[in-house]
Design a protein around this ligand. Structure first.
Ligand code: AMP
Ligand code: GLY
Length: 426
């Protein structure tokens, strides 16, 4: 079977690496891909917003499965266009991708199906937003409704900051994403990412991870797309995972199916472990980046088989996904200036030396410039390792990083710290 993978980041490199290992995979194509993905796939240059061109490519190359990595083409309905042409797709259609594309859609779904999440109100103007804040304690959370590349959320520590966040959203800064906002009660607790794969009926757990969103050591500085992750997140105990599946994931999948917008693909739940139980922070309609990188290192099955069975509504025919008992950890090397204005074009070398330390280096924002590998983007490399504990994986990842030549790069030195601290107490 020929497979087409859409995307260009570290998440897609990890997916490509795993898909290419499948005996089901004849040729893997990637659009647009990156130099790391090029080791496993033939890169193709399609304008993915042009759905007719994507369909034509799939017909011409007899693509038997399309895997859509990022949220934007999902929210844009690429999966619907491909499915209408008879191409099996891993990833939800436009209606179900609203789980990520609209915060209000998700909050209202939670309300209808009694799914535990922070209390909220939906507002459509600055005046309504400012007035609504009166009913919330501080801290309070203000979110632009639509996709805002991770920049539409403010956890306001004062009323003045909350007012400012509301004004900013309705100032047009987030474009269409800011035509509406959601104001939410602040939840206190530890955050965990949980993944489940579903074809709209059957749901299978696909592992947990913990991300590190702030740019600096000790969780300080601005929010990023994620500076590193590890899996599994043992704070999500089997008991809490069961609670998550029963009270959050299952009613979501059932609710969407009953309402005529069945969800097919991976459900990425951002969870808060509060002292009133597990609550949903938000859903994403794709794998996390860099969470996917650690999941792929631990996943022991045939990824193409799993994603195809999901796309073809026959997930129930497969055994549940199996994961290694080992932990995996990934450290993001970002270009200096990230998340603001990352330096571009810095030369990267010695990745083979890093891999000789036992790590797997996934490319996130890299490009070839002549014969040189250079940075192109904010998050550049994901140095990923596994080990018997998070601490052991962390050691290998940081040893490997020290071998890499990338003068323009920086990374956090404490990825996995919560778990490493817990392990030290055992
Ligand atoms: P989101 O894009 O919805 O995941 O929000 C980004 C980040 O803001 C989350 O990872 C949380 O750290 C934080 N956050 C969002 N909503 C809440 C909430 N209701 N209570 C506390 N923190 C939140
Ligand atoms: N690492 C968080 C995300 O992919 O949204």
């Amino acid at each position: 079977m020929n497979i087409l993978l859409i995307g260009s980041g570290g998440r897609e490199h990890a997916l490509a690496w795993k898909l290419a290992q499948s005996p089901l995979c004849t040729t893997l194509f990637a659009c647009p891909g990156n130099p790391g993905i090029a080791a496993h796939a033939e890169l193709v240059d399609l304008t993915i917003e042009d759905h007719a061109a994507a369909v034509a490519f799939c017909e011409e190359r007899r693509i038997g499965l399309v895997v859509i990595g990022p949220e934007a083409p999902l929210v844009d309905g690429l999966a619907d266009s491909l499915r209408s042409a008879g191409v099996p797709v891993f990833g939800p259609g436009k209606a179900a991708a609203q789980l990520e594309g609209s915060k209000a859609f998700t909050k209202e779904l939670c309300e209808r199906h009694n799914i535990p999440t922070a209390g909220f109100v939906r507002v459509t103007s600055e005046a309504q937003g400012l007035a609504a804040l009166d009913a919330f304690a501080i801290p309070v959370v203000i979110k632009a409704d639509g996709l805002a590349a991770g920049k539409g959320v403010t956890v306001a520590m004062s009323r003045a900051e909350a007012d400012e966040a509301v004004r900013e959203i309705f100032s047009g800064r987030f474009g269409a994403a800011g035509a509406e906002a959601v104001i939410e009660e602040f939840m206190e607790g530890e955050e965990v990412s949980f993944f489940a794969i579903t074809d709209g009926h059957t749901v299978v757990p696909f592992g947990s991870a913990q991300d590190h969103k702030r740019v600096g050591d000790g969780d300080v500085g601005p929010n990023t797309g994620g500076m590193g992750a590890y899996s599994p997140a043992r704070v999500l105990t089997p008991l809490l995972e069961g609670e998550t599946l029963e009270r959050i994931i299952a009613p979501t999948v059932r609710g969407l199916a009953d309402e005529g917008t069945p969800y097919s693909g991976v459900l990425f739940a951002g969870l808060m472990l509060t002292n009133q139980g597990v609550k949903l922070i938000e859903y994403n309609c794709r794998f996390g980046d860099p969470e996917c990188q650690v999941l792929m290192l631990r996943y022991q099955g045939d990824l193409a088989e799993l994603l195809l069975a999901t796309a073809e509504n026959r997930l129930a025919t497969l055994p549940p996904p199996r994961f290694s008992d080992d932990a995996a950890l990934t450290v993001v090397i970002a270009a200096s200036g990230y998340p603001g204005a990352p330096a571009q074009g810095g030369e990267i070398g010695a990745l083979a030396k890093a891999e000789a330390e036992g790590a797997k280096v996934f490319h996130a924002g890299t490009a070839m410039d002549g014969g040189r590998l250079v940075s192109k983007g904010g998050r550049v490399l994901n140095v990923t390792a596994s080990g018997q504990s998070v601490g052991a994986a962390q050691k290998i990842a940081y040893h490997a990083i020290n071998k890499i030549d990338f003068n323009d790069g920086f990374f956090r030195h404490d990825i996995g710290w919560r778990e490493v601290e817990r392990e030290a107490k055992e």
